[in-house]
Design a protein around this ligand. Structure first.
Ligand SMILES: NC(=O)c1ccc[n+]([C@@H]2O[C@H](COP(=O)([O-])OP(=O)(O)OC[C@H]3O[C@@H](n4cnc5c(N)ncnc54)[C@H](OP(=O)(O)O)[C@@H]3O)[C@@H](O)[C@H]2O)c1
Length: 341
């Protein structure tokens, strides 16, 4: 890595803010790829384009941003690329981004997060550097906002890191509690939390590729499990994995699921469900279940983010929300993961 950055700090921070916002808009829509954003700067630090990877099989963020420059006839002014994730150096469903960058006038490439895939970590940056491009880690700016932007970029790919290094989806447990600590709603009600908490619950659903629940919840609530309160960029179906050893969930419920954009499946154990979800490219699953299944996830220490929404007492005041996140740490078998961070 070349130690000192050439362009000034503020355009880099501003460009990364745009790139991260662009990528965050497609969280929940890109699996099995991670969300990625890219901003292109000219030599004066002016933003020429910002783009995000929107869906697997479509252009990666770097290629999309370069294409925007071509369309706007600013391609020859390209000087610096800011990418939230290290550009890929391998052929997947689309050509390697490194080649697209090398075919552009970009001289300098800034990277927020390194590629977590042990097979390719460092490969994209190394190839760019070997071809005479300057490559910098955003963290090397040594700036407090840069550190915060790197944290956002690392969080953005945390489900992808979890899936690619642990072989299971990132698990978010959502647990709503009444003011006296119960998970079961009062008779006749399906929920007891505030409108803001329901918005949060739907934003957690929106970012997940799958919902995991238990037969007890399906039988008690007949839940829709759709994203209704926030915009949802997802175009394909979301998985709905139901833990139901006794097969109590009705065929009618399962038949209606696809009409709501859900691909439902029944499972006999948590490990079996997680393996099945991971095999179909589910990067993140939201666990929305009752107390029995939730206890099993907690007992097995199977969670990456635990969101506890506690109803305020007296009702009507803002709920108390507690979010505990465990960002994946480097796997000892793959020491390249997140090096330099
Ligand atoms: N407050 C909240 O955040 C929240 C969220 C969702 C639901 N709820 C409420 O929770 C209530 C339902 O509670 P619940 O506990 O019956 O629902 P649940 O946890 O969603 O489902 C329990 C069922 O899951 C199956 N299961 C499969 N593997 C399991 C395992 N390893 N451990 C435990 N269960 C496993 C069991 O059925 P088999 O034995 O047939 O496999 C069990 O009866 C409803 O009133 C609902 O409104 C609350």
């Amino acid at each position: 890595m070349t130690p000192s950055p050439a362009p000034s700090t503020q355009p880099i921070l501003e460009g990364f803010r745009h790139a991260l916002a662009a990528a965050e808009a497609f969280v929940g829509a890109t699996a099995p790829n991670p969300p990625v954003g890219c901003t292109v700067l000219d030599a004066d630090g002016g933003i020429l384009a910002t783009a995000a990877h929107q869906k697997a099989g479509t252009a990666h963020a770097e290629a999309a941003a370069l294409a925007l420059c071509r369309q706007a006839r600013t391609f020859e002014r390209i000087h610096t690329l800011l990418v939230t994730l290290e550009p890929c150096n391998h052929h997947g469903r689309t050509p390697p981004c490194v080649e697209a960058i090398l075919a552009s006038p970009a001289r300098t490439i800034w990277i927020a997060s390194r590629d977590p895939n042990p097979a390719v970590a460092g490969g994209g940056a190394a190839r760019l550097a070997a071809q005479g491009r300057q490559v910098f880690d955003l963290a090397a700016l040594g700036h407090s906002e840069a550190a915060e932007l790197v944290r956002r970029a690392d969080r953005l790919i945390a489900p992808f890191v979890c899936w690619s290094t642990r072989g299971r989806p990132w698990l978010t447990l959502k647990q709503a509690l009444t003011h006296d600590g119960r998970m079961v709603p009062p008779a006749g009600a399906k929920t007891f939390t505030s409108a803001a908490s329901l918005d949060l619950a739907h934003s957690l659903r929106r970012r997940a590729d799958a919902i995991i629940t238990g037969s007890g919840t399906v039988l008690a609530d007949d839940p829709l499990f759709t994203v209704r309160r926030v915009a949802d960029p997802r175009t394909g179906a979301r998985r709905l994995a139901i833990l139901d050893r006794r097969r109590r969930v009705s065929p009618d419920y399962l038949r209606a699921a696809p009409l709501r954009g859900l691909e439902a499946s029944l499972h006999d154990s948590i490990p079996e469900a997680l393996a099945d979800l991971a095999a179909t490219g589910v990067l993140e699953a939201l666990v929305e279940c009752g107390p029995s299944l939730l206890a099993a996830f907690l007992e097995a220490d199977l969670w990456d983010e635990h969101v506890v929404i506690r109803q305020a007492a007296p009702a009507g005041r803002a709920d108390h929300i507690d979010i505990h996140t465990r960002i994946p740490t480097p796997d000892p078998r793959s020491p390249d993961v997140f090096r330099n961070h």
